[in-house]
Design a protein around this ligand. Structure first.
Ligand SMILES: Cc1cc2nc3c(=O)[nH]c(=O)nc-3n(C[C@H](O)[C@H](O)[C@H](O)COP(=O)(O)OP(=O)(O)OC[C@H]3O[C@@H](n4cnc5c(N)ncnc54)[C@H](O)[C@@H]3O)c2cc1C
Length: 436
């Protein structure tokens, strides 16, 4: 096909408009071959590059659950500062959405990571950030390490019910004194007999007030901070676990965020995921999916914010004309739309590389960095064009302005992403060598 396009370009007798029309009709032919004649599914620009019919079918059935079982209740849950995770997850679990990439042996669909991307994108049609984030914790943040490295017994006990939507999972990495610096966590899990005795605490735990189990990162021995940690499946109803508060947040209001304390909590050592002492490495791998997922979940909300702003500014008349007709407004929206499309391209390439088994730590960090920065830009710039109306709780834009501010902080702040990219570029200064 490319050869055909080049041969047209080489024909000198074609005038510019002929050439353009010819190229447009050629590119339409290319497109038509890839998309449905009647658009059965919710498609986005670029869908046909990565997504095949199965992806689009999956997106379509997820959209039905969003429209029927989630969006009608979002305003109420945002106001309450809580959503019923067990009810929502059961619906998603029954339809197979909580184990898209997980092995069929444990109830998953056994699909590649492009399906996880499709799901994360589609969740962007939920009218808030909190519920997609809670779902993402279940599917792509608290369970990847268990699915990859956990024993058969642990997977049956914790993964299968999480995939089915019977269990709500949470991820316990951050602490009050250790967020960006994961290596410096203080929570200890000491070996005693065949058990672990856990002491310490975790901060900022999404799903924390309603979770059935936590994927906990704790120090299981003395030694180098990258080699002394383990990931542990921790049931949340054990004696000694205290969930002290639901944190009152700027955004993501329907998602509960808890602080959790552990005092002499006892679990069998067999609850360690994979090899003891490998927890830091497993968590770094688990972060890859968290970051890809986090970036993917921003695409649709950003597009929604831009489209809603187009509609509002087209209708809103000031100084005798629509707000949209000011060049600074429609040019800004065009810039933002272009940036979102660029992020989509980076993300699709990264996910494709990842689903082919490549290490994408650098690219995943770039996706997360760009998504966080762009989400701030899009919501801030668009909100400005709404004037006072954008500052009210009557409109979706103010909710996304608050919710999407988290992307630059949670799951590794922008500066942490920059440090990782610098490591891959070999530009991060190394600590000076200490003479012995
Ligand atoms: C709503 C919400 C939900 C969350 N959910 C979870 C969860 O489910 N599980 C979990 O374990 N954690 C969770 N977190 C924690 C989140 O991952 C941390 O907040 C994040 O990693 C940042 O850690 P910190 O808040 O301790 O900030 P700090 O580590 O104190 O960092 C503060 C700031 O310092 C700057 N900074 C950091 N590193 C560098 C650097 N190298 N160079 C220059 N500047 C730097 C950044 O600007 C950063 O924002 C959640 C947080 C929030 C707010």
């Amino acid at each position: 096909m490319l050869r055909y396009v080049f041969s047209i370009l080489a024909k000198p007798r074609l005038v510019d408009t002929d050439l353009l029309l010819c190229l447009i009709s050629t590119s339409n032919t290319i497109r038509r071959q890839n998309v449905h004649s009647t658009p059965l599914y919710n498609t986005l620009p670029g869908d046909d590059i990565l997504y095949k019919e199965e992806h689009l079918q999956m997106k379509d059935s997820l959209r039905k659950i969003i429209d029927n079982d989630i969006n009608p209740y979002v305003d109420e849950w945002e106001q309450e500062g809580f959503f019923p995770a067990h009810t929502v997850f059961k619906k998603l679990g029954k339809a197979g959405f909580l184990g898209v990439t997980k092995s069929t042996e444990y109830g998953g669909l056994g699909l590649d990571y492009t399906f996880s991307l499709a799901m994360a994108e589609e969740l962007g049609y939920i009218n808030c950030g909190g519920i997609p984030m809670a779902i993402g914790v279940q599917t792509d943040m608290a369970t990847p390490a268990l699915a990859r490295f956990g024993s058969d017994k642990l997977k049956k006990e914790f993964l299968t019910p999480s995939i089915q939507g019977d269990y709500v999972a949470c991820l316990g990495v951050s602490e009050t004194e250790a967020g960006s610096d994961v290596a410096s966590i203080q929570t200890r899990a000491e070996k005693r007999g065949g058990d672990l005795i856990i002491n310490g605490g975790k901060m900022w735990i999404t799903n924390g007030t309603q979770a059935d189990w936590m994927c906990l990162l704790a120090n299981t021995r003395q030694g180098l901070p990258h080699q002394n940690k383990s990931l542990i499946c921790l049931p949340m109803d054990l004696p000694g676990i205290q969930i002290t508060k639901k944190i009152d947040k700027l955004g993501m209001r329907s998602s509960d965020t808890a602080q959790v304390f552990f005092e002499d909590v006892r679990v069998p050592q067999t609850n360690i995921i994979g090899e003891e002492g490998q927890g830091f490495t497993y968590q770094m791998l688990q972060f890859q999916e968290e970051r890809l997922w986090g970036a993917a979940a921003t695409l649709v909300p950003m597009e929604t914010v831009i489209q809603e702003t187009v509609k509002y500014t087209r209708d809103r008349k000031i100084f005798g004309q629509s707000v949209l007709s000011n060049q600074c407004v429609h040019f800004t929206l065009a810039e933002l739309e272009t940036e979102v499309e660029l992020l989509r391209s980076l993300l699709y390439r990264t996910v494709l590389l990842y689903s082919q088994g490549n290490n994408v730590t650098k690219q995943a960090s770039m996706c997360k960095l760009k998504a966080g920065r762009l989400a701030r830009q899009v919501t801030d710039k668009c909100l400005q064009f709404w004037g006072g109306m954008g500052y009210t709780n009557e409109v979706l834009i103010s909710r996304f302005f608050r919710d999407m501010r988290l992307i630059s902080i949670g799951g590794g702040a922008d500066e942490v992403m920059l440090s990782i990219i610098c490591k891959f570029m070999d530009t991060l200064p190394r600590p000076p060598k200490v003479n012995s």
